[in-house]
Ligand binder design. Structure first.
Ligand SMILES: Nc1ncnc2c1ncn2[C@@H]1O[C@H](COP(=O)(O)OP(=O)(O)OP(=O)(O)O)[C@@H](O)[C@H]1O
Length: 370
């Protein structure tokens, strides 16, 4: 017998909301129920300020539906349609909390620092930079993890050449995959390529929360989070809900990409995440035949932009065939050709990041209304 939406809602009648005692099924908060064989995915709509209070409801909903005959897997996300940056929301938060500051996201046990690698737009080489930066940080002696939260195009399984699915270690906790001495978790391991529609956008926030907190990361010095590209609500909420020590913004040197990078810097500033700096990717081209260097995109734009914005400039990564080939072939260049000039560019970047992390402390996130 196949499962229906009515079956799911019946199971959710047993789950009560903490404040009102109303059943979750009757609350009108259940949305986007997707049934695929024994796999059930749905969302619970929340106000972003309720994320903490509603987590037990999310778990209860998962176990209620998980108990239905025929259900093999359940994924439930808390979705806040709007980033909690509206004036009304802030007023509500201040009314509830005498200090006025929204709660600081809890740290992840065992993980010393979490950094985001972000870009204002897609296709600038954010994931390639994140992967090589992670390997370079490990080369410097740090214990490093990579969390690929790019719901629009998770690329870490490909960049690290990882096939298969993570194993469950206990309850809901997953073991991260491993590659080149790094612990790696990707939304790409968890969601089928055909499934993502409802995960995209708001669902991304609960997906990343689960990947942060329900993965056995063990002891890590740095967790590098590959963010989804862009500066929309999902990214803003993520920047606010992950306890970030800082953000690295990747841009190419063209004016348009730099404009987007500026938006990226503004987004992290809005939620008081320190900007570790700007990286210029595809900065210049060195001809593999003759060694001649060409500044294809008028290189240097990101350095000027960083100066203008008052953020550190972290370095330039050339546009180079070996970077693309190794990245697309599952062998990031810092691991596969560590002596190459290209790998050294990433190592220089990693040294800068390591140095700025030494001093970076996370202020309590504060939403600034402009
Ligand atoms: N410095 C570089 N030199 C040559 N190719 C590069 C470089 N950086 C990235 N690439 C290539 O550009 C393509 C896009 O890179 P990548 O997937 O890292 O970008 P992204 O910004 O994460 O993209 P998306 O926004 O789609 O996730 C890939 O084929 C990658 O191998």
């Amino acid at each position: 017998m196949s499962l229906s939406q009515a079956d799911i809602l019946r199971a959710l009648e047993l789950v009560k909301l903490p404040a009102s005692g109303q059943s979750l099924a009757a609350s009108g908060r259940v949305a986007d129920i997707l049934i695929d064989g024994g796999k059930v995915i749905f969302a619970i709509g929340i106000d972003a300020t309720e994320a903490h209070a509603m987590e037990p409801v999310r778990r209860a909903a998962e176990s209620a539906v998980g108990g239905l005959p025929g259900v093999t897997q359940v994924l439930v996300g808390l979705t806040a349609d709007k980033a909690p940056a509206s004036a009304g929301m802030q007023a509500r938060q201040q009314a509830h909390r005498p200090g006025g500051a929204p709660p600081k996201p809890a740290g992840v046990p065992g993980v010393r620092q979490i950094i985001a690698v972000a870009s204002g737009k897609g296709g600038v080489g954010k994931s390639t930079t994140a992967a090589n930066l992670a390997v370079a940080l490990a080369t410097l002696g740090l214990k490093v993890g990579v969390l690929d939260s790019d719901i629009y195009g998770p690329s870490m399984p490909k960049i690290f050449g990882i096939a298969g699915k993570p194993q469950i270690v206990s309850g809901r906790t997953l073991a991260p995959m491993e590659a080149y001495g790094l612990k790696v978790m990707s939304i790409g391991f968890l969601v089928d390529e055909e499934t993502p529609m409802i995960w995209r956008g708001p669902m991304v926030i609960s997906a990343i929360t689960q990947m942060l907190r329900e993965v056995a990361w063990g002891d890590l010095d740095v967790l590098v989070v590959d963010m989804p590209p862009g500066t929309g609500d999902a990214q803003l909420t993520m920047a606010q809900q992950v306890p970030l020590a800082g953000a690295v913004i990747v841009s190419t040197p063209q004016d348009l990409a730099l404009l987007d990078a500026r938006r990226g810097v503004a987004m992290f500033r809005k939620v008081a995440v320190p900007i570790l700096g700007l990286v210029e990717n595809m900065s210049y081209f060195i001809c593999p035949e003759c060694g001649h260097r060409s500044d294809i995109f008028a290189h240097g734009g990101a350095r000027h932009e960083a100066e203008r914005l008052g953020v550190p400039f972290l370095g330039e990564i050339p546009l180079a065939m070996p970077i693309r080939e190794t990245s697309d072939g599952g062998r990031p260049i810092v691991a596969s050709e560590p002596q190459s000039a290209h790998a050294k560019a990433y190592l220089a970047l990693a040294r800068q990041v390591q140095a700025s992390l030494g001093g970076a402390t996370r202020a309590a996130p504060r939403i600034v209304i402009e």
